[in-house]
Design a protein around this ligand. Structure first.
Ligand code: MTE
Length: 351
């Protein structure tokens, strides 16, 4: 059996796990979580012994063979979505007045497991990702199920710039100038029925283009396609954004092109990327991280400094680009706008 590793609660095997562990150790400065906390302690110690045996590995020098374990995308067509400027008026009422994370960090430090479990991997491996033509189907408990073409979406919905905090469950954060429009505006066009209690989202499933979706020994262990969900009142909340761009340009592939969700008061994994389907449903839908580790990632996943992850604290976070950690704010600082959605709910139970 190859050595087993755990990444954010997932079992990984062989070289991919080792590569992940090294990345985590070398990039610990970015994170509030010690490597020993991300990984089960026993596995972490075994891995350390293994690393001590190889000075080159420990120094983070070239790691022959490690890269080869990453599945590679199929022969790539040329990129089809050149960088394009987007015109969008800034929505001051929905923007925080905090230093924005650099474009470089926002587009080079990503979580997009369909491409890679490594933070720099998505930018490298999504270069040829085809995002045109692209449609989103909206169906389920609606009077008018519809297929929206991304070009029509860009023409139909007035775009706004909104500067939001983004807080990852891994205890790092960013401030991102998104461009997009309220999800509610799209949903309203389809006429939700009274039975629409939740909204389910789905990412593209295309293992040929998305190497992380190729199953096998070195896969992430996640079940594909990536799915997410919100309660209908969360989905209709004016803060909930469908984003098509950032920093005045079309969304880079690694950030979820051509269209992704942004729910700023929830941990980043709720903000599903590269959406192809939105379904209004009566029952709470399954969500990817909850399927993979139900004790660690709940359906709600509201940012809450008082509810620790089972393996690390959520009280503080590292803002990417800053050195000192800062306090994590309840609902990521959006309590005034969203706390009323959860009145009377036990947020430790519904984490
Ligand atoms: N959506 C899909 N389809 N696949 C993913 O792996 N990762 C999530 C979320 N959306 C993810 C996803 C996580 S864990 C985070 S923190 C954010 O995307 C990261 O968004 P960013 O890379 O734009 O910062």
């Amino acid at each position: 059996m190859p050595p087993q590793g755990v990444h954010r609660g997932l079992r990984l095997s062989g070289k991919n796990a080792l590569q992940n562990q090294i990345d985590i150790m070398l990039k610990a400065y970015h994170s509030d979580i010690k490597p020993s906390e991300i990984t089960d302690r026993e596995i972490y110690l075994k891995r350390r012994q293994f690393l001590q045996g190889g000075a080159a590995l420990a120094l983070g020098l070239t790691l022959p063979g490690c890269d080869a374990s990453e599945p590679k995308p199929a022969a790539s067509p040329p990129p089809t979505s050149p960088k394009k400027k987007l015109i969008a008026a800034k929505n001051e009422a929905f923007s925080v007045n905090e230093t924005q994370t650099s474009y470089k960090d926002i587009t080079r430090y990503n979580n997009f497991y369909e491409f890679s479990t490594d933070k720099e991997g998505p930018a490298k491996l999504s270069k040829a990702f085809v995002t045109r033509p692209w449609t989103i189907r909206v169906d389920g408990e609606v009077d008018k199920p519809q297929v929206f073409d991304i070009e029509d979406i860009l023409k139909t919905f007035p775009l706004e710039e909104r500067i939001y905090r983004l807080r990852c469950v891994e205890a790092w954060s960013m401030v991102v100038p998104w461009i997009g429009f309220a999800l509610a505006d799209l949903i309203k066009k389809t006429g939700p029925t009274s039975r629409a209690k939740y909204v389910a989202f789905e990412t593209l499933y295309d293992p040929k283009q998305m190497p992380g979706q190729q199953t096998g020994l070195f896969g992430s262990g996640l079940k594909w396609p990536y799915v997410e969900g919100l309660r209908i009142d969360e989905a209709m909340h004016p803060l909930t954004l469908l984003s098509v761009g950032l920093y005045g340009e079309m969304l880079p592939n690694q950030n979820g092109a051509p269209i992704r969700l942004v729910v700023p008061w929830k941990y980043g994994f709720k903000s599903i990327k590269s959406i192809v389907k939105i379904t209004l449903v009566e029952k709470q839908p399954p969500t990817t991280w909850n399927i993979s580790a139900p004790g660690e990632y709940g359906f709600y996943s509201n940012v809450n400094p008082k509810v620790p992850h089972p393996r690390w604290s959520q009280a503080r976070e590292r803002r990417i680009g800053e050195f000192r950690k800062r306090e994590t704010l309840m609902f990521n600082g959006y309590a005034d706008q969203v706390a009323s959605l959860y009145t009377g709910m036990d947020l430790k139970k519904y984490f």
